[in-house]
Design a protein around this ligand. Sequence first.
Ligand code: NAD
Length: 323
Amino acid sequence: MTAHAKAVVAGGAGFLGSHLCEHLLSEGYEVLCVDDLSTGRESNVRYLMERAGFSFVHADVSADRFAVGGHVDLVFHLASPASPAAYLARPVETLMAGSHGTRNLLELARSRGARFLLASTSEVYGDPQVNPQSEGYWGHVNPVGPRSAYDEAKRFAEALTVAYRKAFGVDTGIARIFNTYGPRMQADDGRVVSTFIRQALSGTPLTIHGEGHQTRSLCYVDDTVEGLMRLARSGHSGPLNLGNPRELTVRRIAEMVRVVTRSDSPIECGPAMVDDPKVRCPDISLATTLLEWSPSVPLETGLELTAEWMAGELAAAPQAQYA
Ligand code: NAD
């Protein structure tokens, strides 16, 4: 890396993006965070505003007039509604972020000779019929179901990324990120960890969709960011799974949240969600072989760090976060 290496992080004011910005700064990168604050928060990066080398631009990456000046070495595309609550509320914006947003950021990378990294998702595997999922699995996605805006946006974004590599020689990498959790997740985003912790901290029942036998694999945010950085530094095109292969039922995750929060909230079952994946577990052999990467933060530790952070948020702004 040169002394002036510069990274553009689209979606940098979000949960994952803010941790990535912080990490890039710590490695000496100049960081331009581009975000429309549609699901992210300015407070996620406020502490970075004072840091040398960090700048923030309020912009929609899907807009036709989107432009960034100056030299760029790395372009990270994390700009998309990502939680079920967000993409169900913004299906059109989600598809635009995957299509127009991806094209605009690929064009940025192409015009500067930069490496482009797409934050894709395990949701490209849909409700998978094989478990664990390796990169060679093509997925089982309902193109017109309630989750389709997100799943198909990311599938299109992957295809466009591959096309730019082939047609224009852009240096691209695709990360398929599995469920990631940690501080700065939004308490009301509908994700399993944030929902359970919010419920446990506020003393309400932990609600499970269906019986809770569906499985999830949860990766702590620091591990995901480290994987993204390794992919960025490598020349690998991917797609490459980044996630934690420790697979647990949703009921077991609820029980663990009750333990770390010392909560006696009951666990209650509700109606199952349409197209909710029944299993979700990454095969990370490729990342382990190519990047020498595997997650290192135990779930118990990560849940404690996340619960501690959310408790602080609750104390600071109970209405905003927990209404
Ligand atoms: P997030 O909602 O916290 O962050 C997304 C950020 O993108 C937000 O700050 C939002 O304001 C911004 N954004 C959305 N649309 C935009 C647009 N058109 N222009 C500019 N900014 C825009 O979500 P996250 O969990 O941090 O996810 C970040 C990325 O990683 C997403 O692309 C998501 O699909 C991907 N991902 C996340 C996970 C996970 O478990 N967190 C798993 C798989 C993939």
